[in-house]
Design a protein around this ligand. Sequence first.
Ligand SMILES: NC(=O)c1ccc[n+]([C@@H]2O[C@H](COP(=O)([O-])OP(=O)(O)OC[C@H]3O[C@@H](n4cnc5c(N)ncnc54)[C@H](O)[C@@H]3O)[C@@H](O)[C@H]2O)c1
Length: 431
Amino acid sequence: MSDTYANLVNTPVGKLVARRVGLPLPPRLERHQPALPVIDGPVLVGGAANGSLAGTLDRIGAQTVAAASAQPTFKALVYDASAISESEQLVDVYEFFHAAIRRVRRSGRIVVLATPPASIRDPRKALAQRALEGFVRSLAKELRDGATAQLVQVAPRAHTALESTLRFLLSRRSAYVSGQVIRISAPAGTVPDVPDWERPLQGKVALVTGAARGIGRAIADVLARDGADVVALDVPGQASDLALDITADDAPRRLADELLARHGGVDVVVHNAGITRDRRLAGMTREQWEQVIAVNLTAPQRIDRELFAREVVRTPGRVIAVSSISGIAGNAGQTNYATSKAGVIGLVDAFAPALFKSGHTLNAVAPGFIETQMTAAMPIALREVGRRLNSLSQGGLPVDVAETVAWLASPGSAGVNGNVVRVCGQSLVGA
Ligand SMILES: NC(=O)c1ccc[n+]([C@@H]2O[C@H](COP(=O)([O-])OP(=O)(O)OC[C@H]3O[C@@H](n4cnc5c(N)ncnc54)[C@H](O)[C@@H]3O)[C@@H](O)[C@H]2O)c1
């Protein structure tokens, strides 16, 4: 559904009026188009001299510069803060960004690299690294014109697994992702080669549940664009390759049979199908509770159990579950839904470590306000609040969630495991 307010304030007169009375000014976000470079402008690089970062940026085709004086403006700022070992050194981060922050272009990108505090023995270094989270989250809130900022915590020996994540975060594909902390772990084996980054999923089979419309359909389209052979699953009566109610008793078995018979297995599993049955707890029926838990939380668990037990998922498998910011922050009228979506995060926490040891990854995306039929049905006042209460002052599009899922599904994302990545424009809800 279209955002009438954003369209209005993006006219010259609308912009003037909005500025005068202090109304939010949602910028037009730049989104991915085929054949564009990952990043179309100079990238200022600072912090620890790190050969592997320089090599990665080079492979991405980034036009890097090391001195702020070299260019008047920048499309991205990348700062390696991973060597900072005590709080006094955090001033280096201040110095770098203070000098360059006003020169970030429209839809610019900021990435700060750090070391995961949990991997550090020295408490002084661990706290200094932890402090970077507050810096990045605040800086993201100060940015204008569609620019975004993220913190990427790279575990020891995980630098070789950074490329897919930098490609995503520096490009237009991450248009609606901001203020996130992403952890990269050292994969058990080598990171698979990605011969063609325009089609990283070439030769892969991807299952997407709830793929007939909304976010699921966008995920199916983007994974197919990236080269995957997509199996689009939805309930009978909806246009899809595979008609199946995922809550049916025999659904996991039938799904596994179908994937083995038709495709010999599956490489990417996206648990997207979801429902809401909103009611305040006092008025909620037991059926409304049970339906939501069954579709959103129990079905993904049963499907994963069957697909892994029967080795339907090929190594390196990529499992991505769709959570929600309701599952992080809670929401009045959604005790059932928020329980199910927090449970999805629990699913990631519980199973990601063991799956990683077997060469797979499991992550979740947590969308904020996304323009779909689900959110179009909200009361207008609530819809306007949902849209504006984030750093980008607008709702996201299904494609924004889909691009995030595609990054996590990529064979190159071998080190991205156990993350919950919010696709919410840095929503204030649950921040
Ligand atoms: N729209 C948002 O703003 C938003 C925000 C946060 C999270 N999400 C989550 O994103 C996912 C997709 O949301 P959407 O807005 O596209 O919803 P949607 O209602 O437009 O689409 C959901 C799809 O899932 C299918 N589905 C439902 N029950 C099923 C079942 N038992 N078996 C098989 N398929 C089933 C539906 O038929 C439908 O095609 C959901 O998990 C939702 O909770 C959406």
